[in-house]
Design a protein around this ligand. Structure first.
Ligand code: C2E
Ligand code: MG
Ligand code: MG
Ligand code: MG
Length: 287
């Protein structure tokens, strides 16, 4: 029977699955050395305020694999988490983002995404404040983005961690709001400065009344609790206009710019009188 079963399995085995598995193993092995080999880099996506002025950039991690090319975070972060590598990679992201932000004029903020593994590491807040000190970036210029998954466990410690970051002057954003647990108790209990509405709701704003109702409610709720609201994944001018009309505080998305190489963000950095300039190439968000 075993033989018969084996044959049946062999017959139905899809060889493309083998390729997928081999690729996963290849990725997993090369992920362990990617940090040492300097294969990670950050792209930056601008955020604009209500006057459509760029106020800062979100750092987004990419992996330049020597053979497979540039790999997006969704394809390797879960693996890095599972293999216990994300704490170390996250520390690299934080340092790199703070270092790169230091060369921007001093009113631009940088947002860094945190994975649960990093946030839950003992001594995480000390590490963040040491990193800021080491690099010389004021805490006010750093924004940390966490998702609700991060908050699922160890609730009292999470609150301590967030409070400590808050006292340091770091801004805290709740990312991807609306897609995970969206527990209102998080909004009541945790000191967020900012709620990021997931692109899932922004995407079909103009065609779906339900998305509009949800976005309107999240804006009202956040404002009522003293938090700012950012919409992510804004792809069109119409979506941007609607969101601003409804009181959204910040926008981010392809309508303004996709994530870009650090050298290309200069064009979004407006020159300020008597400060580091950019050769007059600055422009505002409306381009
Ligand atoms: P996120 O933090 O919600 O980042 C926003 C994602 O939406 C980014 O995808 C960005 O490229 C994409 N995006 C921006 N504007 C638009 C738009 O107008 N339309 C559409 N369809 N997409 C848009 P990306 O860079 O692939 O990152 C995916 C996720 O990976 C991030 O979602 C974040 O959760 C995670 N991630 C990225 N970098 C890091 C990191 O350094 N550390 C950790 N822990 N997670 C990261
Ligand atoms: Mg984010
Ligand atoms: Mg997000
Ligand atoms: Mg998202």
């Amino acid at each position: 029977a075993a033989k018969k079963e084996g044959r049946r399995r062999a017959r139905t085995f899809d060889p493309s699955m083998l390729v997928v598995l081999e690729q996963r193993e290849l990725l997993r092995r090369s992920l362990r050395v990617a940090l040492q080999h300097g294969e990670f880099f950050l792209e930056y996506q601008p955020l604009v305020d209500r006057s459509r002025t760029v106020t800062g950039f979100e750092a987004l991690l990419r992996w330049r694999h020597p053979r497979l090319g540039v790999i997006p975070p969704i394809a390797f972060i879960p693996m890095a988490e599972a293999d216990g590598l994300m704490s170390e990679i996250g520390q690299w992201v934080l340092e790199q983002a703070c270092r790169e932000a230091l060369s921007w004029p001093d009113h631009y903020t940088v947002a860094v995404n945190l994975s649960p593994a990093e946030f839950l590491t003992a001594g995480f807040t000390d590490r963040v404040s040491q990193t800021l000190d080491l690099i010389g970036l004021p805490a006010e210029r750093l924004e940390l983005e966490i998702t609700e998954t991060v908050l699922l466990e160890r609730t009292t410690n999470n609150l301590d961690t967030l409070n400590t970051l808050n006292v340091l002057g770091i801004q805290i954003s709740l990312d991807d709001f609306g897609t995970e647990y969206s527990s209102l108790s998080y909004l009541k209990n945790f000191p967020f400065d900012n709620i990021k509405i997931d692109k899932y709701f922004v995407n079909d704003l103009l065609s779906d009344e339900k998305s509009r109702t949800i976005v309107r409610s999240v804006i009202a709720l956040s404002h009522g609790l003293g938090m700012r609201v950012t919409a992510e994944g804004v792809e069109t001018g119409e979506q941007a206009a609607w969101l601003l009309e409804e009181g959204c505080d910040r926008l981010q998305g392809h309508f303004l710019s996709p994530p870009m190489h650090v050298d290309d963000i200069r064009q979004f950095i407006a020159p300020r009188k008597g400060r580091r300039g950019n050769g007059g190439r600055g422009r505002d968000a409306t381009g």
